[in-house]
Design a protein around this ligand. Structure first.
Ligand SMILES: *Cc1c(COP(=O)(O)O)cnc(C)c1O
Length: 295
């Protein structure tokens, strides 16, 4: 059974960002994965697609996955399941969200996702929690964030959208799945720079390394220098910067991931952190639904 794509990949394009580096004039462009669907963040679709295909091929009609109350993954999974006529349960971290659905969870419910709210303690047990075990009968399980082998392989397909002429590829990092899949699919000549918007986020290095082919090949790095107060926090300075980026380029950024990466990249460029002949491609991973519902 072939998967039905809820997204329109023909809308993806690469935009140049003229004068993004005001000092050294290093060339910067953006891969617009945000354009292919209003809800399905670019990278989330790639992490889901092979998981959906695997489930369909094995005859499953029901999926189950996990996410926080503002999860871009949950909303993407709900939309992808709906398009493919699959049942889906979303296990949500935090029992308190059951009483008043936030806009992300409301959108998930509107698309037919069954929501199961569990305490943080149960959530940490994932599929081993009693509340979740009951729901697993005849059900294909997609881990939180699509963080499995199918998720990595699917994310690797993003590499086919990246011309070999770019020397540096920048992507934001949450679970690390997109970074890992991309790094394994990109040629050794391209350097992958991961921006982790989490305080102390370089702790991810160990798990990322364990999923890389040729981990010692020195063409990748993770930075947590631009966490800006921590995951999900959006200081006024960042808000204002996002607005000016939007005014200049007509591109909306999400405040959790891509805005912090772009803010940090511009600061690094201004400091001359890249060779002047670098050609940088930033990946816009979407996540714009988070902007209306966050904070
Ligand atoms: C989930 C997400 C990421 C992080 O992807 P991982 O594969 O979990 O590292 C980056 N950007 C956006 C907009 C996201 O929603």
């Amino acid at each position: 059974m072939a998967i039905i794509k809820p997204v329109d990949e023909s809308l993806i394009r690469i935009d140049a960002l003229p004068a993004f580096d005001p000092v050294h004039r290093v060339a910067v462009s953006m891969l617009r994965l945000d354009r292919m669907h209003p809800f399905i963040s670019g990278n989330k679709w790639y992490k889901l697609s092979l998981n959906l295909q695997t489930a369909l091929d094995a005859g499953y009609r029901r999926l189950l996955t996990f996410g926080g109350a503002y999860s871009n993954h949950l909303i993407a999974a709900a939309a992808a399941a709906q398009t493919n006529d699959l049942q889906i349960t979303g296990v949500v971290r935090g029992a308190e969200f059951a009483h008043r659905l936030n806009p992300v969870l409301q959108a998930c419910a509107d698309m037919g996702m069954q929501l199961a709210f569990v305490s943080r303690e149960e959530y940490d047990l994932r599929e081993k929690s009693a509340a979740v075990t009951n729901l697993l009968h005849n059900t294909y399980l997609i881990p939180e964030g699509g963080a499995n082998e199918a998720g990595r392989k699917g994310a690797g397909q993003i590499a086919s959208l990246i011309p070999g002429s770019f020397s540096h590829i920048c992507v934001s990092v949450g679970s690390g799945t997109t970074f890992e899949g991309l790094r394994n699919a990109l040629p050794a000549s391209q350097r992958l720079m991961g921006y982790v918007p989490i305080k102390g986020g370089r702790y991810l290095e160990t798990s990322v390394r364990s999923h890389l082919d040729a981990p010692d090949r020195d063409n990748w790095q993770l930075s947590d220098a631009w966490a800006m107060g921590g995951f999900g926090k959006c200081p006024p300075e960042l808000n204002a910067w996002m607005q000016s980026f939007n005014d200049q380029y007509g591109i909306e950024l999400d405040r959790v991931y891509t805005a912090k990466m772009m803010f940090g990249l511009q600061a690094e460029l201004t400091q001359g952190a890249f060779p002047v002949n670098a050609r940088i491609l930033c990946i816009h991973t979407g996540g714009l639904t988070g902007n209306v519902s966050n904070i």
